[in-house]
Every structure is written in structure tokens, then in C-alpha cells.
Design a protein around this ligand. Structure first.
Ligand code: PBG
Length: 354
């Protein structure tokens, strides 16, 4: 059968028909809103690198998250901006840290919202890496402590030139630190912990630490397929987590590789990941397709800061329609096979959908 019998346009002739035959849909409960908690009180501070995203002190975070919940968004992914940094990122596992306090406050004040927490060291270490450096190689100048890194906004992001720095991050020494961070989040009440460091074996280390402490019901959402991407720039400015030397290419994935993503996902599922994430999203739709076909756990796509900021800035310049490009991007991720999407636009999108 072919033209003139077959006419694909027949199915497109009205909005009602198009809606009826749409293969892919987007609903608020498929969205996850990242949020940034800072110490202090009465703070709602716009993040310069992420239009319409703010740093909130805990007292102001609560009403904001209540509003996000009212729009039907399922979960928030919590990031903290700590006050202190050191070589081992010790603040990250403190029961009194800003993230742990925010988790407790949110669980109490907004019980229907699922609280997910990012588990990493990079915002807490003075060198800005996601793990501990190999001993004796703390920093290029020999100093191990750079306390204020506010100037990181201007630091070049992941450069596309070959890495010249061979200092490396100690995988196995990092694992217990990550497990402690995850445990402190679980003790505070996080329902989902999300390791974003890309150390080998961290899902297993976190799962067994959680189980040992009887947190069997706490889920692990692994950043299973996390590329060493230039699209994280606006986020690093927001969380002050730019590496102070070298880059993250000895632990995050090479953007040339697709097959390797399946290996990362397989290992994380074997180690106990309940959900697996791919990040960034739009430049890696092929990876989402392959991962969706390979595993039976929910697949999550993270529309990262650079993807979001590029759209917002282009829209602000009148070059694209903000809503249309956002909806098209998110639908593309769903079409590729993502069950859930993490996006800085989650709350806004949920409102558009209503
Ligand atoms: C921390 C972390 C990063 C992101 C999420 N968790 C930054 C990085 O790995 O450099 C990026 C999020 C975004 O760009 O939106 N490890």
C-alpha cells in the first residue's frame, strides 16, 4: 500500500487527532526539580549562571518546594552549597550540614515530595574533585587548601584539549567517604541518594553501608552514565565545584563512547542501583535509547545546566520560543526512552502542562 491510498497526513489534520495518536507524553510526575540549599536565613538569591534558578536558605526552600509539589512534580534533587571546604570534603557527611538540615526540614514540612540528594564531594573539597587525590599530589602549587573559590565562575570548564595533568583521584579511598555522605543523608530522611562522583564500585559501597545501618528502603539513583561534559559549566558556577586543577576525565566518561555506557549501567545495576541516570541528556539521546533497551530499571535523563542555560539565553534573545524548545527537548528524551527527567525547568513545565 502506498500513495494515494496511504496518506500519513490524515492523522495530523486536527489537534484532537494529533493528541490522540501521540506516541509519547510528558506528565509532571515524570519530572524532578533540582534545588540548591545554602546556609543562612531568608535567602532567595538568583543564580547568575542559571536563569530563574535560585539559592535558597532552608526557611525559604520549604515554601518553594511546597509550590513545586503542588504542581505535581514528583521529586526534588537536593544540592548543598557548604560553608567550609577541606581536602577530604568532611563537611559533606556532617549531620549538621546544610543538605542534611534541608532534608530533615523538607521531609517534615513537605511529606508528599520525594527528597533525592546528590552524593558527591566536589562542592566540599578544596580541590574541587569528586574524590580524594592520590597522596602527595594534592595540588599543583603544593598547597592543599584553597578556601574561597568564588572566582571559579570564570574558570574555564572542561576544555576539549587533551588533558596535560596526570594527577589522579584515589578510587578506593573515596568509597568509604561517599558511603558516609550517603548514610548521613539517609539518617536525615532522604528517600533516594544519588551518587554523582563516577568512582568505580561506589553504588555497591553505598548500598552495603545503607543495608548495614538498616536503611534497606532508601533507594540509590546512580549517575550511571555521566560524561566528562562541557555542559556542566553553569552548575559548577552555581555550586562552586569547579576542579582547581586538571579536569574530571579520569573518572567521568569520554563523550566518544556509547558502548561503554552499557558497561557502566550493568555494573551499577549489579551493585544495586534502583534507578540509572544518563547525563547530559539531549546530546546523548542515542545512549538513552541503548540503555533503555539494555536494562529493566527506570531510566532517568538529566537535562544539565548547560542545556538549560543555552535554551533560556537563546529565548531571552528572542531566537527561539522558550516553551516550545523546552517541550520539544523533553519529549525527545521521553521518546528516546527516559522514564523520568531531571530539569531545572521542572516546576515551570509542570505549570505549562496544567
Ligand atoms: C557533582 C555534579 C555535577 C553535576 C551534578 N552533580 C557537576 C560535575 O560533575 O562537574 C552537573 C549538573 C548540571 O550541570 O546541571 N559531581
Amino acid at each position: 500500500m502506498s500513495f494515494p491510498i496511504e496518506r500519513p497526513r490524515r492523522l495530523r489534520q486536527s489537534a484532537a487527532l494529533r493528541r490522540m495518536v501521540a506516541e509519547t507524553r510528558l506528565a509532571p510526575e515524570q519530572l524532578i526539580q533540582p534545588v540548591f540549599a545554602v546556609a543562612g536565613e531568608n535567602i532567595v538569591r538568583p543564580i547568575a549562571s542559571l536563569p530563574d534558578v535560585h539559592h535558597y536558605s532552608i526557611d525559604r526552600l520549604i515554601p518553594y518546594v511546597r509550590e513545586v509539589a503542588a504542581r505535581g512534580v514528583s521529586a526534588v534533587l537536593l544540592f548543598g552549597v557548604p560553608e567550609k571546604k577541606d581536602a577530604h570534603g568532611s563537611e559533606a557527611a556532617s549531620d549538621d550540614g546544610v543538605v542534611q538540615r534541608a532534608i530533615r526540614a523538607l521531609r517534615e514540612a513537605v511529606p508528599d515530595m520525594i527528597v533525592m540528594s546528590d552524593v558527591c564531594l566536589c562542592a566540599y573539597t578544596d580541590h574541587g574533585h569528586c574524590g580524594v587525590p592520590v597522596v602527595g599530589r594534592q595540588s599543583p602549587e603544593g598547597q592543599s587548601s584553597v578556601v574561597s573559590r568564588q572566582s571559579s565562575v570564570k574558570t574555564p570548564l572542561v576544555s576539549l584539549l587533551p588533558t596535560t595533568d596526570d594527577r589522579s583521584i584515589n578510587n578506593d579511598e573515596t568509597l568509604p567517604l561517599l558511603a558516609n555522605v550517603a548514610l548521613s543523608h539517609a539518617r536525615a530522611g532522604a528517600q533516594v541518594v544519588a551518587p554523582s562522583d563516577m568512582m568505580d564500585g561506589r553504588v555497591g559501597a553505598i548500598r552495603s553501608a545503607l543495608d548495614r545501618e538498616k536503611f534497606h528502603d532508601v533507594l540509590v539513583m546512580s549517575y550511571a552514565v555521566k560524561y566528562a561534559s562541557a555542559f556542566y559549566g553553569p552548575f559548577r558556577a552555581a555550586q562552586d565545584s569547579t576542579p582547581q586543577w586538571g579536569d574530571r576525565r579520569s573518572y567521568q566518561m569520554d563523550c566518544a563512547n556509547g558502548r561503554e555506557a552499557l558497561r557502566e549501567v550493568r555494573l551499577d545495576v549489579e551493585e544495586g542501583a534502583d534507578l540509572v541516570m544518563i547525563k547530559p541528556a539531549l546530546p546523548y539521546l542515542d545512549v538513552i535509547v541503548r540503555v533503555r533497551a539494555a536494562v529493566d530499571v527506570p531510566v532517568v535523563a538529566y537535562q544539565v545546566s548547560g542545556e538549560y542555560a543555552m535554551q533560556k539565553l537563546a529565548a531571552a534573545h528572542g531566537l527561539v520560543d522558550e516553551r516550545a524548545v523546552m517541550m520539544e527537548s523533553l519529549l525527545a528524551m521521553r521518546r528516546a526512552g527516559a522514564d523520568l527527567i531531571i530539569t531545572y525547568a521542572a516546576s515551570a513545565v509542570a505549570e505549562w502542562l496544567a
